[in-house]
Ligand binder design. Sequence first.
Ligand SMILES: [Fe+2]
Length: 279
Amino acid sequence: MRVLPRAGGFGAEITGLDLARTLSDEAVERLEDAFTRHGVLWFPDQPLSHDQLEAFTLRFGPFGWDPYVAPLADRPHILEVRRDSDETASPFGGAWHSDWSFQETPPKATILHAKVVPPSGGDTLYADGVAAYETLSPAFQAMIAPLRAVHSAAGPYGADGFYAKETGRRGMTILPSREAEKTWSHPLVRTQPRSGAKALFVNPVYTIGLEGFTKEESATLLAYLFRHMVQDRFVYRHIWSTNMLTMWDNRRLLHNATGGYDGHLRLMHRTTVAGERPE
Ligand SMILES: [Fe+2]
């Protein structure tokens, strides 16, 4: 196995492994280390069946809980992230977020396997919440240390949310629900379980306020943090290729799916690995 860190930042390419075969305990341990160090790992040229994608996922922990999007008919833990060539709807996941951050135990990792990649466009952006935290002044870090942020899926998935109101045709089946209007609060600064590093753990899709703050106070402080977190210096633009598998750490990174491929099919299969309660 070779780990090739990206020049100048987080993220690493992994080669020399066949993900279609059962990973040894030693390989999993090395990958967990690389995952902790680099935040997002990509493995080019890995054709995988559904069974193999599930088996790979389960080497890193149990499946996460994936609500509001219909899974594949016979695969409750695989979502198909699909945008057809004739679709004009916004790309799924096309705003900065951390997957399912509104859950009590949001997923540790998301795994995405590229089946059909458009000739150009469809890149995924990643932003490093650890680097964003570490560049804040000690005084600002101390100020935000005790704060808790409130998360909810209502914006995208509520009964009156973005997807419920959408009128254009979408290939994916989104399932808006009143259930999505529930809220859950997490520490604004999240400690990474394995490295002890601290990351900003808020995002503009699911974070709706700060506990104890007025709406206006929350909006002002969160707007500052969102702007700070997605500056170019913290962002990596990931370019896909057919059969590439990518896994990223939702405890540390935000991500954002870009468009720019109207007229072309883009097809991915996605699983999540369950995480722990943020601390
Ligand atoms: Fe996402």
